[in-house]
Write a protein of this length. Sequence first.
Length: 319
Amino acid sequence: MILQLGVVMDPIEHINPVKDSTLAMLLAAQKRDWRLFTIGIDDLSWRDGRVMARCAPVEARDDPKDWFTRQPAEERPLGELDIVLMRKDPPFDMEYIYATYLLELAEAEGALVVNRPASLRDANEKAFTLHFPQCIPETLVSRSPEDYRRFLEEQETLIVKPLDGMGGASIFRIARGDPNTNVILETLLAHGSRTAMAQRFLPEYIEGDKRILLIDGEPVDYALARLPAAGEGRANLAAGGSYKGVPLTDRDRWICEQVGPELKKRGLIFTGIDVIGDYLTEINVTSPTCIRELDRIFDLDIAGQLMDCLADKLNAKTS
């Protein structure tokens, strides 16, 4: 049986094929002779009782200069596909949420949607860590500037960040006595009208902000440690950081044991957690990356593992 896989994603012509994890997934599915389709978030609609999508047949290639051939899109019921991957990058805005409403209906029609749409809505990538207080550093979530000032007095140095950011955007480091404290809080909290997060500053970030990938709650054996550029307070690759591959530590595995079962229960099949030192800092559920880097360093096939996992889930549904 030839499986049909649709990927809701940003335009494939705009990705970086050398490092794009969604391309790795397309290549892995193609090796299994699955039929592939790309779908834009604006290609989704609902009409006459069904979720519809403009699905463009695509052929993927592992070539940094010529990585795809796409045929004209044809509209069809989304629920007729076997698997739908939701790989649209943030921002996680209302348009993203509206898309999850439609994907949830396609899920009800029979498609395996990864990650589960309801869980994409529920599991904010910053706030979801609060479900695991035993794993995280001292943390505050609030919209009150005074709460942040008190927390700064207690912790001396903080990392503060919006709940809807990605790639290190709008992340600030504040030390006690910093004359910019008020303006940072005004900017981040929109004068007390927007909720954000603060965490105790972890100096271990200089040794690497580790991205650990999990498939159906089970971790890949190696992490990508993202290292900050000289003079940079963020280790995100999008902020100019470099990286190295590292094996998981005992503490990393313990964190995965705490988080993994809940991810699996919620249908969050492909996720990436961020760990600095001994602490969990984020749980990435929308479009986790770092597959291609880890594959190159350790000769892995992470996307292949994911496709095998999805095929097993489909078999379990039909058996």
